[in-house]
Ligand binder design. Structure first.
Ligand SMILES: Nc1ncnc2c1ncn2[C@@H]1O[C@H](COP(=O)(O)OP(=O)(O)OP(=O)(O)O)[C@@H](O)[C@H]1O
Ligand SMILES: [Mg+2]
Length: 168
């Protein structure tokens, strides 16, 4: 009995959690800032939440705060969108695919339409996810087994038009 208790305590201490309540779209900038602070430099973010929960909206604000200046492009039939920053990507993102070497790249995965895991292998997802650049992943459940171990989980729940975001 003692061992079970002490094990549970240890596990609880290791998991960092934070809840944020979002009532209107005007809360979005502060929420995105808090998420980036919570991440402490981690660059892979998984977004969980029902259809229409607000995953894409939040990701757009995170991209804005990280300095994204373009509309994005997708070499992968919309499963992965690529965004660029004009200056070296903020918060330490590695510069990549930039002829001048000054810009940065962020990746936004929207896996809702992913049919199976082999489809994600076909588009070479490892080149994106292990690139060292920021990756924001919607519908990560579709590739749960392929995700790196260390990522920030962002769970959005909507109740009576109030959004609660749980970070882990
Ligand atoms: N924090 C918010 N406050 C109010 N409305 C919001 C908020 N976030 C998103 N919305 C609205 O909810 C709708 C759906 O948002 P969004 O497309 O971001 O959801 P999603 O989780 O990405 O959906 P999907 O699963 O279909 O990709 C949009 O009309 C958006 O304006
Ligand atoms: Mg979306």
């Amino acid at each position: 009995m003692y061992y079970i208790f002490s094990y549970t305590k240890t596990v609880c201490l290791q998991v960092r959690m934070k809840n944020i309540s979002l009532k209107t779209l005007s809360d979005l900038p502060q929420t995105a800032t808090s998420i980036l602070d919570f991440a402490k430099g981690k660059k892979i973010f998984c977004f969980y939440g029902d259809l229409g929960a607000g995953k894409t909206t939040l990701i757009k604000e995170l991209c804005r705060q990280l300095g994204v200046t373009d509309e994005g492009s997708s070499p992968t039939f919309s499963l992965i969108n690529e965004y660029r920053t004009a200056t070296p990507a903020l918060k330490g993102a590695k510069s990549q695919n930039s002829p001048s070497g000054v810009g940065g790249v962020l990746f936004h995965f929207d896996l809702y339409r992913l049919k199976n895991e082999s489809e994600i292998y076909d588009i070479g997802y490892e080149d994106y996810i292990f690139s060292g650049n920021y990756c924001f992943i919607e519908w990560p459940e579709k590739i749960e087994k392929l995700l790196p171990k260390d990522f920030v989980s962002v769970r959005i729940e909507v109740k009576n038009s109030v959004r609660t975001i749980t970070l882990e």
